[in-house]
Design a protein around this ligand. Structure first.
Ligand code: ACO
Length: 319
């Protein structure tokens, strides 16, 4: 017993900033950002909290699934930074939904949604859940240094959700972690403990872009090949690949190496930038709502992110 996806939802904050508008803040250009990343604009939380946009994404997924919040047996949310350290973002949204099931967050950076699917799969396998809500939300705008052109242009904010029910449509899943605080990290918020002399480091995301780039391409190729093999399918059986939206050049490089035709790759990076864990559920919801998926379609999800973490899975669309 694994699960089947019965509904999806997503929400982004209202404020949109284009590449041209960021060029007023830092020394950059639409041409540089577009050619290096594929990003044209991103959404940024201002008056909205993460819980606000995540609640809307969750409510829309429940509506799409024809499921009431009181039917849920589990809420698991992927995020690197909720509105509070405690309570978890999952608990804040659980209260707003008026659900009464266990709710908790997990942090696997951009791979978080796939990690959360794996956690949920365990609940179905142990028969502890009949319906689960898997969430992902990130406010990356609150983690980057807006004076650093090398990072602030890359990220955006957003939230996505999927409702899962008992089923057999997760055909394979793989998670990896290679613990490494060097190339990609975000320091914690500092406290004011009077017994600590050294203040915490710059509280912003720090990234060695080229190291992450190489890791991303090789891990995406390896993971996709592994989950295809484990699922017992051929590349020609794949209807769509939904890759983490970090950089269109990473996606294109992996696509060329894997030799899965480009038209099978779904992308929306130009509209949202890198929304970390929210990127794959945003993509899933857009494709669901534009009617792209047919019942029986084989979907491959693949992500990488801070940790380093990676994950991929093969899911049969069964709606
Ligand atoms: N505008 C203009 N110039 C810029 C900008 C900018 N926004 N940012 C950097 N530059 C400059 C650099 O200063 C450098 O100038 P120099 O040659 O004079 O020193 C030049 O552009 C090239 O910089 P590189 O860093 O070498 O550019 P690169 O081609 O590697 O692209 C990028 C950078 C887009 C970050 C790429 O390395 C990348 O996508 N890496 C992967 C990032 C990623 O996937 N992150 C996921 C993180 S997921 C998570 O868990 C948070």
């Amino acid at each position: 017993m694994s699960f089947t996806i019965i509904g999806t939802g997503s929400k982004v904050p209202a404020l949109v900033k284009t590449n041209e508008q960021l060029a007023d803040l830092v020394e950059t250009s639409d041409e540089w950002i577009t050619t290096r990343t594929g990003i044209k604009q991103r959404h940024i939380c201002t008056t909205e909290s993460l819980a606000d946009i995540l609640y809307d994404a969750a409510a829309s997924a429940l509506d799409d699934a024809g499921t009431r919040a009181d039917e849920l047996d589990l809420i698991v949310c992927a995020t690197i930074r909720g509105d509070y350290i405690s309570p978890s973002l999952a608990c804040v949204v659980q209260e707003r939904l008026r659900a009464s099931c266990p709710a908790f967050d997990i942090n696997a950076a951009c791979t978080g949604f796939i990690y959360a699917l794996d956690v949920a799969e365990g609940y179905f396998a142990r028969k502890k859940a009949r319906k689960a809500l898997v969430l992902a939300a990130e406010a990356m705008s609150k983690t980057v240094d807006w004076n650093d052109r090398a990072t602030c242009v890359l990220f955006g904010d957003g939230a996505g959700a999927a409702v899962l029910a008992e089923g057999d449509d997760l055909l394979s899943i793989k998670l990896t972690a290679v613990g490494n605080t060097g190339p990609l990290f975000i320091p914690h918020v500092g406290g004011n403990c009077p017994f600590v002399a050294v203040q915490s480091a710059r509280p912003y995301l720090s990234m060695q872009g080229q190291d992450v780039y190489k890791f991303a391409v090789s891990s995406m190729c390896r993971d996709i090949q592994d989950v295809i093999k484990e699922a017992g399918i051929a590349k020609t059986d794949i209807a769509y690949v939904l890759p983490h939206q970090a950089n269109i050049r990473i996606i294109d490089a992996a696509q060329k190496r894997l030799k899965i035709p480009q038209y099978k790759y779904i992308s929306n990076i130009e509209k949202y930038g890198n929304t970390s864990a929210a990127s794959i559920p945003l993509l899933l919801d857009e494709a669901n709502r534009d009617g792209r998926f047919k019942c029986g379609d084989i979907l491959v999800l693949s992500a990488f992110g801070g940790g380093f973490t990676t994950g991929a899975c093969v899911i049969r669309w069964n709606r």
